[in-house]
Design a protein around this ligand. Structure first.
Ligand code: NIG
Length: 399
């Protein structure tokens, strides 16, 4: 069954064979195809172009709206219970953000049964689909016991194949950090590795130091997991360089980087994933995406949806912050929120709309993708398609 989307005011595909479009090699180039169409066959894109419309079994005319690849959210903590709105309010009144707040969510999450957590997770996934997100990574990290970490990963696996074991998220109050790392490595990891694709650690003052972080990531790698790291979020530190040393798929946050960190990331396959909604919600400086791109690093953007530092699933908000505060152009930000995220998840079939790609796309209620940053806070996602099927938005009428 083929579906033709016609009447696309501007289509961004990230297809490297389209010379006017951003691509892996030239994320800063171009703005897409004007007056375009796209053909989907089942779950795949089969053709894109301009001019005469090709034949198809069904047709939807999107009436001049822009179409972009589905967003790839490569960093989320979607499985949690409890609320930290008051902590946010206190922060806006001057309290600093600290890693210790994670323990509040651990307590609420442990107290919630699976059905409650599943209902919360399902709602957040629906919310993120409505925001145009079609691929997501989900971390554990609010369990902090073997049983609870495994429980969170089992739930995460119900909504994504990109699950990440984050047993080393925070040292539980009253626990010795080295003893907790031993527990993570010797007991949690063997139980959780079969449920996870990646392993992650929060390498930061107040969480895990570089030796503890290395121990967790090396054990995860030995268990067959792909390493990722929370690095350089609250201050300068060794996380970004550890990411490069261990071949992490991604170093996430990257808010406080030295020139040496930037050079190390630029010379590696480690994606620098920026999470500017976090810096917004924690009153941190914003990461310098321009410096990373100019040095040659691959940059991704993600929501970091979690109850403490970034309670949003709006990739449009993230994009707007990246354009306004991180020095990215709109084209670069859009590339980073799609193809960049896919690179960090080591996926080639999402984040672009070249023939053969998964038919994950967003129809914007706007004629041009620039509106994602130009009209901040507006509900700009008219429809989200995942694997060729509409999963969010009001049904688009056939032409
Ligand atoms: O990525 N930094 C560590 N983890 C989350 C925050 C989690 C929380 O505050 O509950 C983050 O920002």
């Amino acid at each position: 069954m083929t579906l033709l989307l016609s009447g696309i005011g501007r289509l961004v595909t990230h297809d490297p064979t389209h010379p006017t479009e951003p691509s892996d090699a030239r994320p800063d180039v171009g703005a897409g195809l004007d007056d375009a169409w796209l053909v989907v066959d089942d779950d795949r894109v089969v053709a894109t172009g301009t001019g005469a419309l090709p034949a198809a079994d069904e047709r939807i005319d999107v009436a001049g709206r822009a179409v972009v690849p589905g967003f790839v959210d490569s960093h989320t903590h979607l499985v949690f219970a409890g609320d930290r709105g008051r902590e946010f309010t206190a922060r806006m009144a001057g309290q600093p953000y600290a890693a210790g707040g994670i323990a509040t969510t651990i307590a609420a999450t442990r107290a919630a049964d699976d059905d409650h957590l599943r209902a919360l997770l399902t709602r957040r996934v629906a919310e993120s689909q409505a925001a145009g997100i079609t691929t997501r990574e989900v971390k554990s990290g609010y369990g902090a016991t073997t049983r609870d970490e495994a429980r969170l990963l089992r739930l995460a696996r119900e909504v994504t194949s990109h699950t990440t074991f984050l047993g080393a998220h925070v040292v539980p109050p009253g626990t010795d950090a080295d003893a907790f790392v031993d527990l993570v490595v010797s007991e949690m990891l063997p139980a959780c590795a079969p449920l996870a694709e990646s392993v992650d650690v929060f390498c930061e003052v107040g969480a895990f130091d570089v030796d503890q972080s290395r121990a967790v990531l090396e054990a995860g790698i030995a268990a067959g997991l792909r390493p990722r790291i929370h690095a350089n979020q609250l201050g300068p530190g060794p996380g970004a360089r550890l990411a490069v040393e261990l071949g992490c798929a991604s170093a996430d946050h990257c808010t406080h980087l030295t020139d040496a960190d930037v050079a190390a990331l630029a010379g590696s396959d480690t994606v620098a994933t920026l999470l500017p909604a976090t810096d917004f919600s924690t009153r941190q400086p914003y990461p310098d995406g321009r410096r990373l791109l100019d040095a040659g690093a691959t940059v991704a953007l993600a929501t970091n949806c979690n109850p403490g530092s970034s309670f949003t699933t709006s990739m449009a908000f993230v994009l707007a912050l990246a354009v306004r505060h991180c020095g990215l152009t709109l084209d670069e930000a859009l590339w980073s929120a799609t193809r960049g995220g896919a690179r960090s998840l080591r996926r080639d079939d999402v984040g672009h709309l070249s023939p053969g790609a998964r038919a994950d796309l967003v129809v914007l209620d706007a004629p041009d993708p620039s509106h994602l940053a130009y009209r901040p806070g507006m509900p700009l996602v008219a429809a989200t398609f995942a694997s060729g099927r509409q999963v969010a938005g009001a049904p688009l009428p056939p032409a």
